[in-house]
Design a protein around this ligand. Sequence first.
Ligand SMILES: Nc1ncnc2c1ncn2[C@@H]1O[C@H](COP(=O)(O)OP(=O)(O)O)[C@@H](O)[C@H]1O
Ligand SMILES: [Mg+2]
Length: 247
Amino acid sequence: MALIEVRDLVCRYGSRTILRDVSFDIAAGEVVTILGGSGCGKSTLLKHMIGLISPASGGICIGGDEFIGSDANTRQCILRRIGVMYQSGALFGSMSVLDNVRLPLETFTRLDAAAIELIARLKLRLVGLEDFAALFPAELSGGMQKRAAIARAMALDPQILFLDEPSAGLDPVTSAGLDALIRRLAESQGMTFVVVTHELASIHAIADRAIMLDRSVQGIIASGTPDELARHANPIVSGFFLRKPED
Ligand SMILES: Nc1ncnc2c1ncn2[C@@H]1O[C@H](COP(=O)(O)OP(=O)(O)O)[C@@H](O)[C@H]1O
Ligand SMILES: [Mg+2]
């Protein structure tokens, strides 16, 4: 059974339709990238998938539970299964890295302080930041801030992590390190990833499957493995994969 099922999704802002008839499944343990040109609706799709925005129509099932129109209880259950790192992915600047990761545990669980600290340190270890727990976000490099944000998103042991352009603003080497982390978490923790990115190197490095959106169709123009998309008959699709890295 699919872990995530998106069915006939229609996304609008006011009277403006951004996406229509978007349907796809994501299996547990898959790393799926959502790609496409700027403004095609990648962040919009992600925000719908995490329940931040309600669709004009269509359905989203996570772990067999329907998200759209669900009661508060079901919604809470679903939200507990997902972790999110937004495009602006900011940590709280006035808190240490450790406190940032502790925050969701303090807010959403009744664990005692010692247990919370243990879990928070474990998450920091998973992203390679165990020695930086006491630092403040501004004292970290851009790549380390992203790792810390991933640790915070993982605090409540989500089944699925949604990342919106995690490598934005990072240099290629740091970006490759983040890709390796995503792949490692998928393989060692069995985590499912939905990653919005238009970085070709990242797509090739992490994606089991890629879903490409395009404004011309207001939805999915192609989906498949990165290699399949690079050989796709539609020049919009294959062109995206053949562009030079600096484009
Ligand atoms: N909150 C909003 N209200 C109205 N229009 C929006 C809003 N957010 C995004 N849009 C518009 O929807 C389109 C898709 O945006 P977005 O999903 O952010 O694209 P992407 O992430 O692919 O760059 C853009 O034209 C954008 O201007
Ligand atoms: Mg976006």
